[in-house]
Design a protein around this ligand. Structure first.
Ligand code: SAM
Length: 288
C-alpha cells in the first residue's frame, strides 16, 4: 500500500505557529509544502514526505530551528488523502460566492442567492476556501466585480481565486504555481467549472520571465516570499490596476508594511481575520 510520512507539530495558537514558521524560514527551510490545519485555536503544521529518511531529516531540522518536537506519522494514501474533506458541506466563502467542495459537479447545485457557484475539489486544505486568507482575497476580487478584464493568479493552489475572477467577468486568466500537483489540481478545477485559462504553468515566480500587465493580480503567499519577490510581482499590475496580497500574519504585519513599499502602488484597503491580514494595493495611473 502506498505510504506518505507526515512530519507534524502542534502549536497552541496562531501566534505560536507564526513564530515557528518564521524560525523555519530563518533556518532556510522551504515552507511552500507546509500544510496548516486548524482546530479551534490550535494549529498543526505538517510536512509530507515520500520516505521515512526524509521525514526523519525534517524532524531534526525543525527541532534545531524551533525547539519544538515534531511527530512522524505514517499515512496510508488510501486512508488519509482527502479524509479531511469528508462531511464538508457547501458553504458561502463570501456573501455571494458559494463553494461546493468535492466532486459534486454531477449534483449541479444552484446558488441560494445571487452570486456565483464554484466547484472545488482538492486533497489539501489550502485553496479549499476554508482559510481566512483565501476569503480575504476573494472579497477583494469580489469588490472589483465586472471591472477586471484580465487576472493573474500567482500561487494559484486549487485555482480558487482565478475561478472567482472568471466568475466575476475576467476574460483572460493567467495562473502559475511552483507546485506541479497544485497545477494539476487547478487544471481539474478549471475544467470542472468550464473555465479555460489562457496560461496555467507549474513555475516558480522567481523564474517566470513573461512580460504583461493585468487589471488584477493576486498573490496569497508567505510574507517573506511577498517581500522577496515584490519587484517581480508589482510590474505585473497595470497602471490603475489592483494587487491583492495575503498570507501576512499579525506578527509579520509591521515588518511587511515596512518592506513591501513601492512608489508605484498605494494600499487602499486592509482586512484582518483570525490573526491574518490581506491588503489591496492600487497602482498609480501612468502620467501622460
Ligand atoms: C497559501 S497558498 C494560496 C492558494 C490559493 N491562491 C488561495 O488563495 O487559497 C500559496 C500557493 O502559492 C504557491 N507558491 C508558493 N511560492 C510560490 C512561488 N515562488 N511561485 C509560484 N507559486 C508559489 C504554493 O505552492 C501554494 O499553492
Amino acid at each position: 500500500m502506498k505510504k506518505t510520512y507526515a512530519t507534524e507539530f502542534h502549536c497552541s495558537d496562531v501566534l505560536m505557529a507564526e513564530q515557528a514558521k518564521i524560525d523555519l524560514l530563518m533556518s532556510g527551510m522551504d515552507l511552500s509544502g507546509c500544510v496548516e490545519s486548524y482546530e479551534k485555536d490550535k494549529v498543526t503544521l505538517s510536512f509530507f514526505e515520500k520516505t521515512k529518511k526524509s521525514s526523519a531529516k525534517k524532524v531534526l531540522r525543525i527541532r534545531k530551528a524551533t525547539g519544538l518536537s515534531p511527530e512522524i506519522k505514517v499515512l496510508y494514501d488510501s486512508e488519509w488523502k482527502g479524509k479531511w474533506k469528508e462531511g464538508l458541506k457547501p458553504f458561502y466563502l463570501t456573501e455571494n460566492i458559494q463553494i461546493i467542495p468535492g466532486k459534486a459537479k454531477s449534483k449541479k447545485v444552484k446558488a441560494k442567492r445571487e452570486g456565483i457557484v464554484l466547484y472545488i475539489d482538492t486533497d489539501i486544505i489550502f485553496g479549499s476556501g476554508l482559510h481566512p486568507t483565501t476569503r480575504m482575497m476573494a472579497e477583494f476580487i469580489e469588490s472589483k466585480a465586472g471591472k477586471i478584464s484580465n487576472f493573474f493568479d500567482i500561487g494559484t493552489g486549487t485555482g480558487i481565486l482565478a475561478l472567482i475572477a472568471a466568475g466575476y467577468g475576467a476574460g483572460e486568466i493567467w495562473a502559475i504555481d511552483v507546485s506541479e500537483d497544485a497545477v494539476k489540481n487547478a487544471s481539474a478545477n478549471f475544467r470542472m467549472n468550464g473555465v479555460d485559462p489562457d496560461l496555467l504553468e507549474p513555475v516558480n515566480l522567481s523564474s517566470f520571465h513573461r512580460k504583461k500587465v493585468f487589471d488584477f493580480v493576486s498573490a496569497n503567499l508567505l510574507t517573506a516570499d511577498l517581500v522577496k519577490m515584490k519587484n517581480k510581482i508589482v510590474p505585473f499590475v497595470a497602471p490603475g490596476g489592483y494587487l491583492a496580497v495575503s498570507g501576512v500574519s499579525k506578527t509579520n504585519y509591521n515588518w511587511f508594511r515596512e518592506h513591501f513599499r513601492d512608489a508605484s502602488i498605494r494600499c487602499v484597503r486592509v482586512r484582518s481575520e483570525a490573526g491574518w491580514s490581506g491588503l489591496l494595493f492600487k497602482k498609480n495611473r501612468a502620467r501622460s
